[in-house]
Ligand binder design. Structure first.
Ligand code: ADQ
Length: 470
């Protein structure tokens, strides 16, 4: 079996329990093939410490059969590549928020510089038969940079965030360069059929790509495959987590605390794509329109701090705090607080207990590549007495989780109605919906995702080398 080389912005140590399903799944594969996980170290080096200009400090650490290789970034590169182009332009536009994109010409140069740096440092580590798997929007041009250095290995790319329709993607300065970059991979994987359709529309419309058999395209004198590979969770790992004392303890405590009330739960990074203010407005509409929910329902919203050095994130933080305060102020009683808002990360080990103790999960992003919280909630439920998933139709997960109550998160009254329905849903209907949802989560789990993507990447036709557009 060919050796696997994974490249992502951040590298997770697969031996750590906090690493999460993706790291566990990739690590399992890496453990069986041996290989490298390559990415940014998370360290920003100020110029004075950084040594010779342009020289990146590389760290290498063996984690079993897997070598973790990381690079430090200079302040200038980090700010342009990570804060600027990746999180200030690509993230908002890929989440359909053109209004939040903040483009600086120097950022795109930094983005390219870091991708070139990654390519230069990675290329000498590659063996001819390696399979390279590049992840996410930070590293779109890495494939073409590797090709420019003569790398002829099979290289695949997976986009974890949504790919918007071509007219919207075209608002990104450098969109055609990014898309050309994607065309240098052998396989491009997207989260949903909708994202896949957008990719195909773009390369057909802008590059006159020719559709071949199966999922193949002929473009820039190369053959490229593209498809939807919806990411899943590691069901076994999550079940094991649910059985462990931390989750059990969490479950018992929540059950005790909320024995007379129904619990609604939201677990997100604090990000404007997750629709948190809209969710709170829907909860407020629930309290306003359905007085039977007063005293009988509590929303626990966990919003872990994220990218606090990007301006749009502090705005959302203030909006959220003010909404929680006004809901609790207007509806709360001496012995009942409608919303419990927690602006901290909750240990992954406790999440299954929290999910299982909740009657309803609110997963209502305005746009999301997939959303794994939706799948984790389903897997954590007691099949005999399961909770109900209220899911945004704009999450990639909605294409698969059709038995959830699908909502339009922009419509707070409609979402409130769905939440009320979820709170009232008879046991038999809850069980039926849950059975169907669980079957989907189990069938298309993270191992399916990893195995299928890598199998398809391994069997794409031998590729012509060269990068005619560079
Ligand atoms: P994220 O936007 O980070 O990831 P998501 O899929 O919701 O989104 O969560 C990833 C993991 O983080 C889950 O395991 C979840 O439990 C955990 N998590 C989220 N909020 C947390 C909190 N407050 N405390 C503790 N843990 C928390 C991106 C894309 C998604 C896509 C994933 C995977 O934006 O659309 O599903 O990658 O491809």
């Amino acid at each position: 079996m060919a050796r696997l080389v994974v490249v992502s912005n951040r590298v997770a140590d697969p031996r750590k329990a906090s690493a999460g399903g993706l790291a566990v799944a990739l690590a399992e594969f890496l453990n069986s093939t041996g290989g490298i996980w390559f990415g940014w170290s998370g360290k920003v080096v100020e110029p004075a410490e950084g040594g010779r200009a342009g020289e990146a400090q590389m760290h290498s650490q063996q984690a079993g059969p897997v070598k973790l290789v990381t690079l430090d970034l200079s302040r200038e590169d980090h700010d342009a590549y990570y804060l600027g182009y990746s999180n200030g332009v690509l993230w908002p536009v890929c989440h359909y928020r053109l209004d939040l994109a903040d483009f600086e010409a120097s950022d795109i140069q930094g983005y390219r510089r870091v991708n070139q740096l990654f390519a230069r440092q990675l290329a000498p580590l590659l063996q001819p038969d390696d399979i390279v798997w590049v992840h996410d929007y930070h590293l779109i041009p890495l494939g073409s940079e590797l090709r420019a250095l003569g790398c002829q290995q099979r290289i695949g790319f997976f986009l974890h965030v949504p790919l918007p329709p071509p007219p919207m993607f075209a608002a990104i300065p450098g969109h055609d360069w990014l898309m050309k970059g994607l065309c240098s991979y052998d396989l491009v994987g997207l989260q949903s059929q909708a994202d896949h359709a957008h990719f195909c529309q773009y390369i057909q419309g802008e590059f006159h790509a020719q559709s071949l058999e199966g999922a193949q395209w002929r473009v820039f004198n190369r053959t490229l495959c593209a498809g939807a590979y919806p990411i899943g969770i590691d069901v076994e790992e999550f079940n094991a987590l649910a059985e462990a004392p931390e989750a059990r303890d969490m479950y018992e405590r929540m059950k005790r605390e909320y024995s007379r009330r129904k619990l609604l739960v939201g677990v997100d990074r604090l990000d404007y794509s997750k629709g948190l203010p809209h969710r709170l407005k829907a909860f407020r509409a629930l309290l306003q329109n359905y007085p039977d929910t007063h005293r009988s329902a509590t929303l626990i919203q966990i919003a872990s701090p994220s990218r606090e050095d990007v301006g749009a994130y502090t705005d959302i933080l203030h909006e959220l705090e003010s909404l929680c305060g006004s809901i609790n102020g207007n509806y709360g009683e001496l012995d009942w607080m409608p919303v419990r808002y927690i602006h901290r990360t909750v240990a992954r080990a406790r999440l299954p207990g929290l999910y299982r103790a909740s009657q309803v999960a609110l997963v209502t992003p305005l746009r999301d590549g997939m959303n794994l919280v939706a799948k984790e909630f389903v897997v954590a439920q007691d099949p005999e007495d399961p909770g109900v998933l209220v899911l945004s139709r704009f999450a990639g997960a909605a294409e698969q989780l059709k038995e959830a109550l699908l909502v339009n998160p922009y419509d707070s009254e409609g979402t409130a109605e769905a939440i009320h329905l979820a709170l009232q849903m008879p046991l038999e209907e809850r069980r039926e919906r849950h059975r169907a949802l669980l079957a989907v989560c189990k069938r298309w789990d993270v191992h399916w995702w990893c195995d299928t993507f890598l199998e398809d990447l391994g069997t794409t036709h031998a590729q012509e080398s060269g990068t005619p557009w560079l």
